[in-house]
Design a protein around this ligand. Structure first.
Ligand code: GLN
Length: 533
């Protein structure tokens, strides 16, 4: 039978609940238990797919093509498990399904209400995930902060679920903040006490407290928290600010959190095997070399917008004990070629990530031109690949005015065009080419050598593609189309074999990198730099 752990947050947002949930998942995995993690997001959007990255950070894409919260990325990276649509549920999706049922007449004339109809729908999502994965443990993280109006139906649903499933089968972990007051030199517990009181007023008594803090929690404060919040002393877990997020599982384990949770849920405690994770953290904390990689995009003011790209670059560095410093390059500042050159002068490699819309495009084209002309290792992702094709068409193949129809309705050479199946698509949200598709790599190409195989599966999120009418001409000019869809109709990877690393792909490899298993294309980029050093 699956055991459930509900994770809520109090006091402030941005506590790192997602990392804490993911880290707990790692503790189960290290004991050879299976685990899944679900994120319940209280906002009304059906999914984050339509939200600006400035609002919500990256949209993480799963194999089954769900556009999800970026915490799913942490869940996958920490547990080394692939999740799907069922792992991310928003209020919007719940209400959409309740309203669909109401319109179909499924409620047989009943007045449709938050309790029981909305809460039942939420509980059915918990059960659906259990049925799909049959995990030993299921962690459910509730987005937002306790006290928010919007998260109430989720909190009520977990209250019901906990009591229905019975004592010993579900627990709540409440994450809070202990602010430090420098004037009195104290960590304060009162906000956490209040937050637990609010949670209790909703009928939920947390079994475990995870306290985010910048200082060690003194024994007296620990005792105070245990007393006022009614949790055992060993269930007050300290979570300090750490050098790397991948250290969090080790810090939680060091305080016995894994064993405490297993005991509360009546499960056998096994000796965790965290050796390889410890080695990873050791490598991260003691790098032997360092390098600087530029990310040229338009959402550079919010690094969360490219979080999987950043993590993938770091993972690729970890494998070689190299620390990767990121230089954020605002593509709009690269529109002028002289400034672009200057901005790229102190980096070892550059990534042009995915994106939408025309803003910053000419700057990205300049970045790619510089990388190509100066053999600066380059990786293009999705839009980054489309830009690489446009740049090559314009500056090498002599197709002046080449562009994507996304940026110019009627370009002289539409080298990037809307995919045929997209032409009649109306509406946004879940309508792109999404999720895992196979790609066949050309034998002997850089991409094939990096992967070590010819058939790969990667995740997608795009509406536009390389216009096949230009493939012959661009190939003759030296651009190698080294990856194609199995039917040969869709260009998936392009590269320039003569350069050290100039590879761009239509898919998003960043969604499949793991801290201890770097993605081959990111590894290829980093290796190209390290080989030089
Ligand atoms: N805007 C481009 C498209 O829709 C690229 C998308 C992306 O980078 N994810 O095809």
């Amino acid at each position: 039978m699956t055991k459930y752990i509900f994770v809520t947050g109090g006091v402030v947002s941005s506590l790192g609940k997602g990392i804490i949930a993911a880290s707990l998942g790692r503790l189960f995995r290290s004991r050879d238990y299976s685990v899944i993690i679900q994120k319940f997001d209280p906002y009304i959007n059906v999914d984050p797919g339509t939200m600006s990255p400035f609002q919500h950070g990256e949209v993480f894409v799963t194999d089954d093509g769900a556009e999800t919260d970026l915490d799913l990325g942490h869940y996958e990276r920490f547990t080394d498990t692939s999740f799907g649509q069922v792992n991310n549920v928003t209020s919007g999706r719940i209400y959409q399904e309740v309203i669909n049922k109401e319109r179909r007449g499924d409620y047989l004339g009943a007045t449709v209400q938050v309790i029981p109809h909305v809460t039942n729908e939420i509980k059915s999502k918990i059960v659906a995930a259990t049925k799909q994965f049959k995990p030993d443990f299921q962690i459910i993280e509730i987005g937002g902060t306790i006290g928010d109006i919007e998260s109430l139906p989720f909190i009520e649903a977990i209250r019901q679920f906990k009591s229905e499933i019975g004592i010993g089968n579900a627990i709540s972990v409440h994450c809070t903040l202990l602010p430090y007051l420098p004037t009195s030199g104290e960590l304060k517990t009162k906000p956490s006490q209040h937050s637990v009181n609010v949670l209790r007023s909703y009928g939920i008594q947390p079994e475990i407290l995870v306290c985010r803090t910048s200082k060690p929690i003194p024994k007296t404060e620990r005792e105070k928290l245990a007393l006022f919040c009614s949790v055992p002393k060993d269930a007050v877990i300290e979570c300090r600010d750490m050098k790397t997020i991948y250290e969090v599982p080790l810090a939680l384990e060091a305080q016995g959190m894994g064993s405490v949770v297993l005991k509360m849920l009546g499960m056998e405690d096994r000796k965790p095997d965290l050796e390889s994770w410890e080695n990873l953290v050791n490598k991260i904390k003691n790098p032997k070399k360092s390098l600087k990689v530029g990310i040229a995009g338009k959402y550079t003011k919010l690094s969360d917008a490219y979080i999987s790209v950043v993590e993938s670059l770091k993972h690729a560095g970890y494998a070689d004990s190299a620390s990767v410093e990121i230089k954020w390059i605002n593509s709009e500042e690269c529109v002028d070629y002289a400034s672009c050159k200057k901005l790229l002068s102190d980096i070892d490699a550059v990534v042009v990530p995915g994106g939408f819309g025309v803003r910053g495009i000419e700057g990205k084209l300049n970045v790619i031109r510089y990388a190509r002309e100066n053999n600066l290792p380059f990786l293009g992702l999705c839009l980054g690949m489309q830009c690489a094709v446009i740049e090559y068409a314009r500056n090498v193949a002599g197709l002046k005015g080449a562009n994507s129809k996304e940026f110019d309705e009627n370009p002289a050479y539409p080298v990037i065009d809307l995919m045929i199946e997209q032409k009649n698509v109306k509406g946004y949200g879940g309508t792109m080419r999404l999720g895992a598709y196979e790609c066949h790599l050309k034998k002997g190409s850089k991409a094939e050598k990096a992967y070590g195989k010819e058939i790969v599966s990667e995740r997608h999120r795009h509406r536009y593609e390389v216009n096949n009418e230009y493939i012959d001409q661009l190939s003759k000019e030296g651009l190698v189309f080294s990856g194609m869809s199995p039917d040969g109709m869709l260009a998936e990877v392009v590269e320039l074999p003569k350069l050290d690393w100039f590879v761009a792909c239509q898919f998003h490899p960043e969604f499949k990198s793991r801290p201890d298993k770097p993605h081959p294309l990111f590894k290829g980029l980093i290796d190209a730099v390290l080989l030089r050093k």
